[in-house]
Design a binder for this molecule. Structure first.
Ligand code: RB5
Length: 150
């Protein structure tokens, strides 16, 4: 699978583990940085990954900041993006199955590398259920975007 990846300086600590996992499992990574712990602004990386996924240049995206919050809030401003900030394996599964989330966000200051890699594994390997009620709710999210994103 082609995966878009981005992180800020707060997420950089988890980057190596996540990229190692992706490469080991045969995924192709489009890496938007950042590449060290020098302070940067998380919306820059959120936008790069979100546009890549929106334009279907990658199937799914992964974003990491300190908490997973700022970078997910930023990515969710891009129409068509459903970015879930996830800190446990149950939610990683549920957000793919129910929300058809297309970007996973995590916090390097809140998650250890073992749990983070488990979350990535579940997120990438869980399909959307396709269930009518979940699709109806996603369609309502799209309606909200159409109302406010001009
Ligand atoms: C950067 O210090 C930090 O604010 C950022 O990584 C993230 O946690 C924001 O939500």
């Amino acid at each position: 699978m082609k995966i878009a990846f981005g992180c800020d300086h707060g997420g950089f600590l988890l980057k190596k583990e996540v990229l190692d996992y992706l490469k080991k499992n045969g995924h192709e990574v489009i890496d938007f940085g950042t590449n060290d712990e020098k302070s940067v602004d998380y919306p820059t990386y959120a936008l790069a990954v979100a546009e890549c996924v929106k334009d279907k240049k990658a199937e799914l995206g992964i974003l990491i900041c300190g908490t997973g919050i700022g970078i997910s809030v930023s990515a969710n401003k891009v129409p068509g993006i459903r970015c879930a900030a996830v800190a446990d394996t149950f939610t990683a599964h549920a957000t793919r199955e129910h929300n058809n989330s297309n970007i996973l966000a995590m916090g390097a200051r809140t998650l250890g590398p073992g749990l983070a890699v488990d979350i990535v594994d579940i997120f990438l390997n869980t399909p959307f259920s396709g269930d009518e009620r979940h699709q109806r709710r996603i369609d309502k999210i799209t309606e909200i975007e159409k109302k406010y994103c001009k």
